[in-house]
Design a protein around this ligand. Sequence first.
Ligand code: HXC
Length: 517
Amino acid sequence: MSEKAQESMARLEAMKAEARLGGGEKRMEAQHGKGKLTARERVDLLLDEGSFEELGMLVTHRSNLFGLDKQQFLGDGVVTGYGTIQGRLVYVFSQDFTVLGGSLAEAHAEKICRIMDLAMDNGAPVIGLNDSGGARIQEGVVSLGGYADIFHRNVQASGVVPQISAILGPCAGGAVYSPALTDFILMTEGTSYMFVTGPNVVKTVTHEEVSAEALGGARTHATKSGVAHLTVPHEVAAMDQIKSLLSYLPQNCEETPSSLPYSGLDEERPKLNGVIPENAQQPYDMRDVVKELVDEGEFLEIQPDYAANIVVGFARLAGRSIGVVANQPAVLAGVLDIGASTKAARFVRTCDAFNVPLLVLEDVPGFLPGTDQEWNGIITNGAKLLYAFSEATVPRITVITRKAYGGAYDVMNSKHIGADLNFAWPTSEIAVMGAKGAAEIIFRKEIAGSDDPAVKLAEKEAEYAALFAHPYRAASRGYVDEVIEPAQTRSRLIKGFAMLENKTVRRPRRKHGNLPL
Ligand code: HXC
C-alpha cells in the first residue's frame, strides 16, 4: 500500500472511531441512564451478528446557522445500512439521540431516504428505530422537506415491502406521521412517547394538564388510541418482537412468507370439543381456541389491549404463516364496534398486502347499538372491515364457533364476500339475531295478546331457536361448507389452506378502490 493510501486508511479509522462515539462518551452514558441503548447498540442487537453494513457513516450536515458549523457529527445523527435478520436481508435506520437530540434535517433525511430507496429496489423490509427530538430547529424548512421526502417514500413502499417502526424515545410533531404510515408501530414502555402536539401546547390551547406519558406513552397508544401495535418493557424485548414479527412476513409483496418445517402428526384437538359453554350467553376466551388450533400454541397478538372484543395476530398452521381474526366473546360478548372494525380491517389489509392467508374465528352477536356508535360512524367504520375482507385475495377460511348474527355474519369473512371455505361447529347459530330478540319482534302482537306473555315468549323463542339456532339451514344453502367436530378443526384447516395454496384472483383494472375512510 502506498504511503498516501496508508495515511488515508489511518484517517478513515479515526473518523470511524469518532462516528461510533456519536455525541460523545457522556451523552452515551446519559442515554444508558435513561434506560435506553445507543443507536449502534440497537442495530447490533437487532441484526445477525456481524451482518451490519453501514452506509453514509461519514455524512455530515451542510448548515452553518446557529453555530451548527461547530457541531459537525459524522453520520449526522442517524445510523443507516443493511444487514440480515435470521439470514434475511433488511434495511435499517437508527436515530442517535446523543447527536443533536437525534433531530432530523437535510443530510439525516437523505440517509433514511437512501436506504428506503434501496429497500424498494431490492424488495426487502425497512426497520426504523426512532429516537428523535423531531425536525432540527436550526435547519428550518429543509428539516420539514426531509420529513416529507420520507413520508412520500413510506407511502410508495406501503404494501410493497414490510415497514416496521420501533419508537424508542421521543417522537413528536409531524415526525409521528412516518411511523403512522408504516405497517407496524412498536413502543417501549416508560421511555417512548408519540404525539402531534406535546403537553405544553396542549395546556396552552385546551388548558388540559397532562404528562408526556399520559398523553402519548406506550400504554396510552396501546389502549386508548390503538396507534401502537405492540408494546414492550425494554429495548431487548423490542428487538425480539421485531424479529418475531418479521418471521411471519415475506420480504416483499411478490413473495410468500417462508414456512417452518412441519411433519404432520396427530392433528386431533379433543380439548376444543369442550370449549363452548352450555349456556349461549356465557363467555369463553377465544384466544384459548386460537392457541389450541395453531402450531405450538404460539400466537403473536397485535394490538392486544385495544378493542379487545376482537383478537388479531399472527400464528403458524402446519408451518405456514397465517393471520388470525377472531371475535372475542370474553369482551363485550365479541360485539363489533368502531374500534374492533378498524383494528381488524387494518390487520386484514396488512395480511392481504403481504400474502398471509387469513383464518377467521367467528362468534359475534352483531354490531354494537347506541348513539355513541352511530354518531361516531359505525356505518363508515364497520364498512371498512367489510371492504377489507371483500377485497382480500389471500386464501380465507372462516370457522363459526357459536353466534353468527345479523350483518356481522356477512362481514366476518362470509362466503358471500369471498371467503374460500366456511366451516361451522355444531354449536353455531346462524341467524338474523338471537332467538329471544327475534321472537319479541316477530311475535310481538301474539305475545302481548296471550294470557301469559312470559310463557308465550319462551314458547316462541324455542320455536325460532329450533329453526335457526344451528348451522344446518346455512349448510343446506352451501353458505357453510361443512359442519365439523371442533376436535377436527385443525386438521380441516391444514387441508383447506394447503388446497388454497396456489389461489390466484384477478381483479378488474382500476386506479384504486375507494375504501370508506
Ligand atoms: C435541534 C434538538 C432538537 C431539535 C432536541 N435537541 N430536539 N436540537 N432540534 N428538534 C437537542 C437539545 O437542544 C439538546 O442539545 C439535545 O438535543 C438533547 O435534548 P434535551 O432537551 O437535553 O433532552 P431531553 O431532556 O431528553 O428532552 C428531549 C425532548 C426535547 C423532549 C425531545 O429536546 C424537546 O422538546 N425538543 C424539541 C422538540 C420539538 O419541538 N421538535 C420539533 C417538533 S416539530 P444540547 O446540546 O443542549 O444537549 C417537528 C415537525 C416535523 O418535528 C414536521 C414534519 C412534517
